[in-house]
Design a protein around this ligand. Structure first.
Ligand code: V47
Ligand code: SF4
Length: 393
């Protein structure tokens, strides 16, 4: 028998006279820790009230993690923004023929970025960028080997399935062989980018020329089969329907049932500045919160739900902590341009540990520093920060 410890707010919402019968039935399932079906997920999007969805998602998050809210200390390397693909939502990339408008970092330049952090307690480098036709598998193998040799304790999380699909095809290696080569060079896990929306009709309209859903999922599966952990994203709030969101989450949930290799689900809010989809309005904060809540309720086999603060902005990210989210990503140190170029509030995303931990505490949660694979490093709940720590960059 499932032990139920329902939040009184959830009970009060479920007792309302005008509550929809379907919503009440689905909520009861969730409270019993039963999996909801795709049709039920769709009903939550279509008829669920943001208050009830949030209260349910919060209950699930507290069942899984209590008040713990994870963050890590990381920095990004974006090797290039030159890209062979033409995703219409992307504000960041430049075509190869216009490469003088973009950047292309050499291995030495990227090693200089790594060396800048030599005496700092960062635990992860996140490497992701455009798909440059001249930066190939051997180039990235050399980069990873050099980072590993320079700083063996730094976890290397790198390359979306889009970058890997292109790299492996250019090098004429199978997915398994390519993953083996990178993993043996020192790549330890993969970020979740490039997933966008899996539904082919939407993909054809927003990113027709890059790897499709099956290809994306096959690369993550190969990584999981090598024992590597990966993340999964979903780009939402543009032309996709609620049914497309459910289809996307369902495909991920099925792969997770099979492999158990995903750590975190990361919904990414579409930002509309400086790209070909600038005519599409951005989703409202209420829609954002609803999405996070449904994601927590639907993705029952994903241990973590992340709000990526450089994209959402720190205020909305703080709100998501009451709508199912238990992870805020990292300190970032102003090392990513993907979202600032798409119009995010955070034009120079950087928070020190004191600021990130305080943001979490102000939301009534326990800030816990983690490493990339969620080993706990330090609980900051009782740590008192000085004004100087809170104010310095
Ligand atoms: O795949 C591009 C997204 C992703 C826009 O795994 C946009 O820990 C919104 O995957 N509006 C790359 N989103 C970033 C990424 C990521 C980020 C943080 C953490 C992790 C992780 C992964 O950025 C792309 C695309 O979905 N993106 N343009 C835009 N205009
Ligand atoms: Fe290239 Fe990634 Fe931008 Fe698409 S989203 S154009 S793959 S950099």
């Amino acid at each position: 028998m499932t032990t139920r410890k329902d939040n009184p707010a959830v009970q009060a919402l479920l007792q309302q006279a005008n509550i929809d019968a379907d919503i009440k039935r689905i909520a009861e399932k969730i409270l019993q820790a039963e999996r909801i079906t795709p049709a039920e997920g769709l009903i939550l999007f279509e008829k669920g009230d943001v208050g009830l969805l949030g209260a349910l998602a919060n209950q699930v998050r507290e069942r899984m993690h209590g008040d713990k809210t994870y963050f890590n200390r990381n920095f990004h390397i974006e090797p290039t923004n030159v890209c062979v693909f033409t995703c219409h939502f992307c504000s960041y990339s430049r075509l190869y023929k216009n490469r003088e408008d973009g950047w292309e970092l050499s291995i030495d330049q990227m090693m200089d970025i790594v060396k800048k952090y030599d005496n700092q307690p960062v635990t992860e480098v996140h490497i992701v960028g455009g798909v440059h036709p001249k930066m190939q598998l051997d180039f990235f193998v050399e980069l990873i080997q050099k980072i590993r040799a320079h700083r063996p304790d730094l976890h290397i999380k790198g390359f979306t399935a889009v970058e890997l699909d292109y790299m492996f095809r250019k090098a004429k290696v199978s997915i398994d062989e390519g993953m083996r080569i990178l993993n043996e060079a020192g790549l330890q896990s993969m970020p979740g980018g490039g997933a966008e929306i899996f539904a082919p009709e939407v993909r054809a309209k927003i990113c027709h020329d890059k790897v499709d859903a099956d290809g994306w999922l096959a690369i993550h599966k190969a990584a999981h089969q090598r024992g590597m952990h990966t993340n999964a994203t979903m780009l939402y709030g543009h032309i996709e329907s609620y049914a497309d969101r459910i289809d996307h989450m369902e495909r991920l949930r099925q792969l997770q049932d099979e492999t158990g290799g995903f750590n975190t689900f990361i919904p990414l809010k579409f930002r509309n500045k400086g790209n070909d989809m600038a005519n599409i309005p951005e989703s409202s904060i209420v829609e954002d919160l609803k999405l996070y809540a449904v994601a927590r309720l639907y993705m029952d086999n994903f241990p973590h739900l992340k709000a990526y603060w450089p994209m959402l902005g720190r205020n909305t990210a703080q709100l998501t902590l009451s709508f199912g989210v238990n992870d805020l990503d990292g300190t970032i140190d102003d090392t990513t341009k993907i979202y600032s170029m798409a119009g995010a509030e955070e034009q120079n995303p950087s928070m020190n540990t004191a600021q990130l931990a305080t943001l979490i505490k102000q939301a009534g949660r326990r800030p816990v520093e983690r490493d990339t694979v969620y080993n706990e490093i330090k609980d900051y709940t009782e740590v008192v920060f000085s004004d100087e720590e809170l104010l310095t960059k």
